[in-house]
Design a protein around this ligand. Sequence first.
Ligand code: F6R
Length: 240
Amino acid sequence: MQIIIVKDYATMSELAAQIIADTIKANPHCTLGLATGSSPIGTYQNLVKAVENKEISFKDVKTYNLDEYCGISQSHPQSYYYFMHDNLFNHVDIDENNVHIPSVSSTNLEEDCKKYNDMLNSTTIDLQLLGIGGNGHIGFNEPGTPFNQETFIVKLTEKTRQDNKRFFNSIDEVPTHAITMGISNIMKAKKILMLISGKNKADTVVRLLKEEVDPEFPASILHKHPDVTVIIDQDAYSKM
Ligand code: F6R
Protein backbone atom coordinates (compact mmCIF):
# COMPACT_ATOMS: atom_id res chain seq x y z
CA MET A 1 0.00 0.00 0.00
CA GLN A 2 1.47 3.30 -1.08
CA ILE A 3 0.48 6.20 1.20
CA ILE A 4 0.70 9.76 -0.07
CA ILE A 5 0.10 12.57 2.44
CA VAL A 6 -1.01 15.86 0.93
CA LYS A 7 -1.81 19.30 2.32
CA ASP A 8 -5.54 19.43 1.79
CA TYR A 9 -8.61 18.32 -0.16
CA ALA A 10 -7.70 20.45 -3.21
CA THR A 11 -4.23 18.90 -3.49
CA MET A 12 -5.67 15.41 -3.01
CA SER A 13 -8.18 16.07 -5.79
CA GLU A 14 -5.53 17.38 -8.20
CA LEU A 15 -3.26 14.41 -7.63
CA ALA A 16 -6.09 11.87 -7.93
CA ALA A 17 -7.28 13.45 -11.18
CA GLN A 18 -3.70 13.38 -12.49
CA ILE A 19 -3.43 9.65 -11.74
CA ILE A 20 -6.76 8.96 -13.48
CA ALA A 21 -5.84 11.20 -16.43
CA ASP A 22 -2.54 9.33 -16.79
CA THR A 23 -4.45 6.03 -16.81
CA ILE A 24 -6.71 7.35 -19.60
CA LYS A 25 -3.74 8.70 -21.58
CA ALA A 26 -1.91 5.38 -21.31
CA ASN A 27 -5.02 3.50 -22.45
CA PRO A 28 -7.85 5.60 -23.92
CA HIS A 29 -10.06 2.44 -23.86
CA CYS A 30 -9.53 1.86 -20.14
CA THR A 31 -12.19 0.81 -17.65
CA LEU A 32 -12.63 2.87 -14.50
CA GLY A 33 -14.42 1.91 -11.30
CA LEU A 34 -15.99 5.05 -9.84
CA ALA A 35 -17.29 6.16 -6.46
CA THR A 36 -19.73 8.76 -5.23
CA GLY A 37 -19.67 10.71 -1.95
CA SER A 38 -17.82 13.89 -1.01
CA SER A 39 -14.29 12.48 -1.40
CA PRO A 40 -14.16 12.27 -5.24
CA ILE A 41 -16.10 15.46 -6.12
CA GLY A 42 -12.94 17.60 -6.46
CA THR A 43 -11.28 14.85 -8.48
CA TYR A 44 -14.21 14.84 -10.91
CA GLN A 45 -14.02 18.64 -11.19
CA ASN A 46 -10.36 18.37 -12.18
CA LEU A 47 -11.14 15.64 -14.70
CA VAL A 48 -13.83 17.86 -16.27
CA LYS A 49 -11.19 20.62 -16.59
CA ALA A 50 -8.75 18.16 -18.20
CA VAL A 51 -11.41 17.25 -20.79
CA GLU A 52 -12.21 20.93 -21.42
CA ASN A 53 -8.48 21.58 -21.94
CA LYS A 54 -8.40 18.63 -24.35
CA GLU A 55 -5.77 16.84 -22.24
CA ILE A 56 -7.93 13.72 -22.07
CA SER A 57 -11.08 12.30 -23.62
CA PHE A 58 -13.65 9.91 -22.11
CA LYS A 59 -14.83 8.94 -25.62
CA ASP A 60 -13.70 5.32 -25.29
CA VAL A 61 -13.55 5.06 -21.49
CA LYS A 62 -15.90 2.60 -19.77
CA THR A 63 -17.06 3.15 -16.20
CA TYR A 64 -18.60 0.96 -13.51
CA ASN A 65 -19.90 2.55 -10.34
CA LEU A 66 -19.56 0.94 -6.96
CA ASP A 67 -23.11 1.19 -5.77
CA GLU A 68 -26.61 2.63 -5.96
CA TYR A 69 -29.38 3.19 -3.44
CA CYS A 70 -32.53 1.09 -3.69
CA GLY A 71 -35.94 2.71 -3.42
CA ILE A 72 -35.19 6.06 -5.06
CA SER A 73 -35.41 6.80 -8.78
CA GLN A 74 -32.49 7.75 -11.06
CA SER A 75 -33.88 11.28 -11.23
CA HIS A 76 -33.76 11.69 -7.42
CA PRO A 77 -30.99 14.23 -6.64
CA GLN A 78 -29.51 11.79 -4.11
CA SER A 79 -29.39 8.80 -6.45
CA TYR A 80 -25.86 7.89 -7.42
CA TYR A 81 -26.98 7.91 -11.06
CA TYR A 82 -27.87 11.58 -10.63
CA PHE A 83 -24.67 12.31 -8.68
CA MET A 84 -22.43 10.83 -11.36
CA HIS A 85 -24.14 12.69 -14.18
CA ASP A 86 -24.22 15.94 -12.22
CA ASN A 87 -20.57 15.77 -11.16
CA LEU A 88 -18.92 14.08 -14.13
CA PHE A 89 -20.77 12.42 -16.99
CA ASN A 90 -22.82 15.47 -18.10
CA HIS A 91 -19.61 17.49 -18.44
CA VAL A 92 -17.35 15.06 -20.31
CA ASP A 93 -17.48 13.36 -23.70
CA ILE A 94 -18.35 9.90 -22.37
CA ASP A 95 -20.60 7.59 -24.39
CA GLU A 96 -23.63 6.89 -22.17
CA ASN A 97 -23.53 3.25 -23.38
CA ASN A 98 -20.19 2.93 -21.59
CA VAL A 99 -21.61 4.11 -18.26
CA HIS A 100 -22.59 1.34 -15.83
CA ILE A 101 -24.35 2.00 -12.54
CA PRO A 102 -26.25 -0.75 -10.72
CA SER A 103 -29.85 -0.63 -11.94
CA VAL A 104 -32.44 -0.73 -9.20
CA SER A 105 -35.38 0.01 -11.42
CA SER A 106 -36.77 -3.44 -12.01
CA THR A 107 -39.04 -5.18 -9.58
CA ASN A 108 -36.48 -7.94 -9.23
CA LEU A 109 -33.51 -6.61 -7.29
CA GLU A 110 -31.87 -10.05 -7.11
CA GLU A 111 -31.88 -10.14 -10.90
CA ASP A 112 -30.44 -6.57 -11.06
CA CYS A 113 -27.65 -7.69 -8.74
CA LYS A 114 -26.85 -10.79 -10.77
CA LYS A 115 -26.77 -8.77 -14.01
CA TYR A 116 -24.36 -6.23 -12.55
CA ASN A 117 -22.16 -8.95 -11.11
CA ASP A 118 -22.08 -10.80 -14.46
CA MET A 119 -21.08 -7.53 -16.16
CA LEU A 120 -18.27 -7.01 -13.66
CA ASN A 121 -17.08 -10.57 -14.09
CA SER A 122 -16.86 -10.12 -17.84
CA THR A 123 -14.63 -7.04 -17.61
CA THR A 124 -11.45 -5.91 -15.88
CA ILE A 125 -11.38 -2.64 -14.02
CA ASP A 126 -8.05 -0.93 -14.67
CA LEU A 127 -8.40 1.59 -11.87
CA GLN A 128 -10.94 1.59 -9.05
CA LEU A 129 -11.51 4.86 -7.20
CA LEU A 130 -12.64 4.48 -3.57
CA GLY A 131 -13.66 6.59 -0.61
CA ILE A 132 -13.88 5.07 2.86
CA GLY A 133 -16.72 5.17 5.37
CA GLY A 134 -16.07 6.21 8.97
CA ASN A 135 -16.55 2.55 9.91
CA GLY A 136 -14.14 1.34 7.21
CA HIS A 137 -16.77 0.47 4.63
CA ILE A 138 -15.80 0.42 0.96
CA GLY A 139 -18.65 0.65 -1.51
CA PHE A 140 -21.46 -0.30 0.85
CA ASN A 141 -19.58 -3.29 2.25
CA GLU A 142 -20.28 -2.70 5.91
CA PRO A 143 -18.29 -4.20 8.81
CA GLY A 144 -18.68 -7.97 8.92
CA THR A 145 -19.11 -8.38 5.14
CA PRO A 146 -17.13 -11.47 4.04
CA PHE A 147 -14.07 -10.63 1.95
CA ASN A 148 -15.24 -13.04 -0.79
CA GLN A 149 -18.59 -11.24 -1.19
CA GLU A 150 -19.71 -10.42 -4.77
CA THR A 151 -22.34 -7.82 -5.79
CA PHE A 152 -25.26 -7.94 -3.35
CA ILE A 153 -28.24 -6.10 -1.86
CA VAL A 154 -27.09 -4.61 1.40
CA LYS A 155 -29.13 -3.40 4.34
CA LEU A 156 -27.44 -0.16 5.36
CA THR A 157 -26.32 0.19 8.98
CA GLU A 158 -27.80 2.93 11.15
CA LYS A 159 -24.31 4.54 11.29
CA THR A 160 -24.13 4.82 7.49
CA ARG A 161 -27.72 6.08 7.24
CA GLN A 162 -26.95 8.71 9.91
CA ASP A 163 -23.71 9.69 8.07
CA ASN A 164 -25.70 10.18 4.85
CA LYS A 165 -28.65 11.94 6.49
CA ARG A 166 -27.11 15.33 5.71
CA PHE A 167 -28.00 14.81 2.04
CA PHE A 168 -31.71 14.17 2.71
CA ASN A 169 -34.49 16.15 4.39
CA SER A 170 -34.81 13.67 7.24
CA ILE A 171 -33.54 10.26 8.37
CA ASP A 172 -36.83 8.68 7.19
CA GLU A 173 -35.94 9.60 3.60
CA VAL A 174 -32.51 7.92 3.72
CA PRO A 175 -32.79 4.60 1.85
CA THR A 176 -32.48 1.44 3.91
CA HIS A 177 -30.90 -0.72 1.17
CA ALA A 178 -28.43 -0.42 -1.68
CA ILE A 179 -26.86 -2.59 -4.38
CA THR A 180 -23.10 -2.62 -4.08
CA MET A 181 -20.12 -4.26 -5.69
CA GLY A 182 -18.81 -6.76 -3.17
CA ILE A 183 -15.31 -6.72 -1.73
CA SER A 184 -14.34 -9.52 -4.09
CA ASN A 185 -15.32 -7.40 -7.14
CA ILE A 186 -13.36 -4.43 -5.79
CA MET A 187 -10.26 -6.54 -5.12
CA LYS A 188 -10.20 -7.72 -8.76
CA ALA A 189 -9.37 -4.19 -10.00
CA LYS A 190 -5.82 -3.94 -11.33
CA LYS A 191 -5.16 -0.75 -9.38
CA ILE A 192 -7.01 0.90 -6.49
CA LEU A 193 -6.91 4.59 -5.64
CA MET A 194 -8.41 5.56 -2.27
CA LEU A 195 -9.09 9.15 -1.18
CA ILE A 196 -9.32 10.14 2.49
CA SER A 197 -9.86 13.71 3.57
CA GLY A 198 -10.97 15.64 6.64
CA LYS A 199 -10.67 15.53 10.45
CA ASN A 200 -13.76 13.30 10.69
CA LYS A 201 -11.72 10.52 9.01
CA ALA A 202 -8.69 10.82 11.36
CA ASP A 203 -9.69 7.79 13.50
CA THR A 204 -10.53 5.85 10.34
CA VAL A 205 -7.02 6.48 8.99
CA VAL A 206 -5.46 5.20 12.23
CA ARG A 207 -7.53 2.01 11.97
CA LEU A 208 -6.72 1.56 8.28
CA LEU A 209 -2.98 1.97 8.76
CA LYS A 210 -2.51 0.26 12.14
CA GLU A 211 -5.07 -2.54 12.48
CA GLU A 212 -4.85 -6.11 11.29
CA VAL A 213 -6.79 -7.29 8.23
CA ASP A 214 -10.23 -7.96 9.68
CA PRO A 215 -13.74 -8.12 8.12
CA GLU A 216 -14.89 -5.85 10.96
CA PHE A 217 -12.95 -3.08 9.16
CA PRO A 218 -13.63 -3.86 5.48
CA ALA A 219 -11.01 -1.50 3.98
CA SER A 220 -8.28 -3.45 5.82
CA ILE A 221 -8.43 -6.04 3.00
CA LEU A 222 -6.73 -3.48 0.75
CA HIS A 223 -3.44 -4.39 2.49
CA LYS A 224 -3.68 -7.68 0.54
CA HIS A 225 -4.06 -5.96 -2.86
CA PRO A 226 -0.84 -5.64 -4.90
CA ASP A 227 -1.41 -2.08 -6.18
CA VAL A 228 -3.16 0.34 -3.83
CA THR A 229 -2.45 4.06 -3.53
CA VAL A 230 -4.09 5.97 -0.68
CA ILE A 231 -4.05 9.76 -0.80
CA ILE A 232 -4.63 11.23 2.66
CA ASP A 233 -4.85 14.91 3.51
CA GLN A 234 -3.23 16.36 6.62
CA ASP A 235 -6.51 16.66 8.54
CA ALA A 236 -7.28 12.99 7.99
CA TYR A 237 -3.67 12.09 8.91
CA SER A 238 -3.70 14.26 12.06
CA LYS A 239 -4.01 11.37 14.56
CA MET A 240 -1.11 9.36 13.14
C1 F6R B 1 -19.62 5.78 -2.54
C2 F6R B 1 -19.28 4.71 -1.62
C3 F6R B 1 -18.95 4.93 -0.19
C4 F6R B 1 -18.17 6.22 0.08
C5 F6R B 1 -17.90 6.36 1.56
C6 F6R B 1 -17.19 7.67 1.88
O1 F6R B 1 -19.91 5.29 -3.84
O2 F6R B 1 -19.33 3.60 -2.05
O3 F6R B 1 -18.20 3.83 0.26
O4 F6R B 1 -16.97 6.19 -0.64
O5 F6R B 1 -19.10 6.31 2.28
O6 F6R B 1 -18.04 8.72 1.60
P1 F6R B 1 -17.52 10.24 1.62
O7 F6R B 1 -16.57 10.37 0.48
O8 F6R B 1 -18.75 11.07 1.42
O9 F6R B 1 -16.86 10.46 2.94
